[in-house]
Write a protein of this length. Structure first.
Length: 319
């Protein structure tokens, strides 16, 4: 599959509203579609089942009670092997969370789907309106809810910002601010009501981020400062003696110097805000990855997400 998204019976397990995604695949829905419609269209209407591990041959087969195989109810494909105490979060539960949350917080689902054959699944909803940094450079507040069934991640509800002009996702992890992410271990039962209360208690992150972004837009960054910033950011990510020789360094610097989408907007051109967005665009759309879905997973949950958070903290130090 060139697009690298989960595909079952010829259907890509992803649904969306609004503009067609970068890969041009998935099922387009009308705004306000029911949660059940979302489950079907996003390929998230199957169940994760579990079965004890069996070993041996013929009549000598035995079961190992402390290890369970998790598998899809529709295709019967194995997803992972976990301990007997592993608490499953069903793909549909991620969407069910938004059924009530959407009414209370005005959330509007925009995309949902699965990665890695169904081992990870997510839903992304827009919260409230949009805020201008300067002029047409606009950011919007989103909530990402994601989980897994292969031990790769906890169930997480995370506030995030998306820069509208380029669709880059930007961390809200401002140092010293309230937490922007709620995580639930698979050793615990996922309680949507508790997660909702925790999210409500962490209000104010997006407003603080918008204020910080406007401050970054006023900080002038020349090429020498940009080069030093990028070199420092990537220093721990390479074994090369000269960081400036790395593809990542060259890509981010090129994005900052005008190649990025929205690089010519007043808020971004020659500013710390533009430098931050050069990093986020690189991570979200250009960073080297085994597959596209590996890049998505990294940008949202892994090394890419960590790099974006570090870039935000470093950019704030320039303000």
């Amino acid at each position: 599959m060139s697009h690298e998204l989960t595909e079952t019976n010829g259907i890509v397990e992803m649904a969306y509203v609004g503009d067609t995604p970068w890969h041009g695949l998935g099922q387009k829905l009308e705004a306000g579609a029911s949660i059940e419609t979302w489950k079907t269209a996003a390929g998230m209407d199957w169940q994760i089942k579990r079965s004890r591990v069996r070993y041996g041959a013929g009549d000598a087969q035995r079961t190992y009670d402390d290890a369970h195989v998790l598998f899809r109810s529709d295709t019967k494909d194995a997803l992972s092997v976990v301990g007997s105490g592993y608490k499953i979060v069903q793909p549909g539960a991620v969407l069910d969370f938004f059924a009530e949350f959407a009414q209370a917080a005005g959330a509007n689902l925009e995309t949902a789907g699965t990665l890695f054959g169904g081992r990870r699944f997510w839903a992304l909803a827009k919260l409230g309106g949009e805020e201008s940094i300067i002029g047409n450079d606009v950011v919007a507040q989103y909530l990402l809810l994601a989980s897994s069934c292969d031990g790769s991640s906890k169930t997480e509800a995370r506030e995030t910002a998306i820069r509208v002009v380029c669709n880059n996702t930007i961390s809200l992890a401002l140092t010293g601010k309230t937490k922007h992410s709620i995580k639930v271990s698979h050793r615990s039962i996922f309680d949507p009501a508790w997660v909702k209360r925790e999210l409500e208690a962490t209000g104010g992150n997006f407003s603080a981020f918008v204020k910080a972004a406007r401050a970054l837009a006023k900080v002038r960054v020349d090429n020498a400062k940009a080069e030093a910033f990028i070199a420092s950011l990537l220093a721990a990510k390479t074994t090369r003696e000269d960081v400036s020789d790395t593809p990542a360094y060259q890509a981010i610097l090129g994005l900052f110097n005008g190649q990025a989408i929205g690089a010519d907007l007043a808020a971004a051109e020659g500013s710390a805000w533009g430098l931050l967005n050069a990093v986020t665009q690189y991570v979200d759309h250009s960073a080297r990855a085994k597959t596209t879905e590996h890049r998505i997973a990294s940008a949202w949950f892994g090394n890419g997400d960590s790099l974006k958070t570090q870039a935000l903290e470093m950019a704030m130090a320039l303000a």
